[in-house]
Design a protein around this ligand. Structure first.
Ligand code: 13P
Length: 252
């Protein structure tokens, strides 16, 4: 059985103080929630403060990116070793915004994944097609390349540490969610790709859906066979809406 996993990607939102307020409110709202793993991914500047609030709670800490070297002359970068030491358990890698605005490629995703795993961080590796790619019937080809090239350095014994987030770019921040069936079709395809590469271990890999997830649509998404959780952007910026998403079984 795969433990459902709901993570909030705060993107470039929240000062340190706002982050502490948000996560403190969230912590009380989800205290006692079991059967679902919860994580938040604040910006780098708030990680330390949020780490102190979530320590000992049922909320895990995630970073939004990491570099592939553990230290060195790389001005502006943050290493997986630094993230691990500050209390991060997860790190988001290859988010479409990084691919779109910051030159991230499948090759750099591969390097980041390898480094994160080597430092004991669990990567949340993002894949997803653009609207043009979907309309040109290239969704499966794009996802296949992203998975095969991005996961290239991931060894069979490491793959269960990995989380995949399927985030169709056209559904991010647009209010357009993929239908549960549309999302599950791609999730099933991703699981098949993982089966081909990793055999039975693929059954243990969690595949999150991301893109306009809200309290109103989470239950239907989670009811699908291969949707194991969600990576939530906008709706994770308020404690009450994220807490409702985490407790999706009450939203039916
Ligand atoms: P939204 O939930 O705001 O669409 O963002 C999704 C996302 O990109 C999470 O990583």
């Amino acid at each position: 059985m795969r433990m459902p996993f709901i993570a909030g990607n705060w993107k470039m939102h929240k000062t340190r103080q706002e982050a502490v307020e948000l996560v403190s409110a969230l912590k009380s709202l989800v205290a006692g929630v079991t059967g679902v793993e919860i994580a938040v991914a604040p910006p780098f500047t708030a990680l330390h403060a949020v780490a102190e609030v979530v320590e000992g709670s049922n909320i895990a800490l995630a970073a939004q990116n990491c570099f592939w070297e553990s230290e060195g002359a790389y001005t502006g970068e943050v290493s997986p070793r630094m993230l691990q030491e500050i209390g991060c358990r997860y790190v988001i890698i290859g988010h479409s915004e990084r691919r779109q605005y910051f030159g991230e490629t499948n090759a750099t995703v591969a390097k980041r994944l390898q480094a994160a795993l080597a430092h004991g961080l669990r990567p949340i590796c993002c894949v997803g097609e653009t609207l043009e790619e979907r309309e040109a019937n290239q969704t499966f080809a794009v996802i296949e390349t992203q998975i095969n090239e991005g996961l290239q350095p991931v060894a069979p014994q490491q793959v269960t540490e990995l989380v995949i987030a399927y985030e169709p770019v056209w559904a991010i921040g647009t209010g357009k969610t993929a239908t549960p069936a549309q999302a599950n079709e791609v999730h099933g395809f991703i699981r098949d790709l993982l089966r081909k590469r990793y055999g039975e271990r693929a059954e243990e890999v969690r595949i999150q859906y991301g893109g306009s997830v809200k309290p109103e649509n989470i239950a239907a998404l989670m009811a699908e066979s291969d949707i194991d959780g969600a990576l939530v952007g906008g709706a994770s910026l308020q404690a009450d809406s994220f807490a409702r998403i985490v407790q999706y079984d009450k939203e039916r």
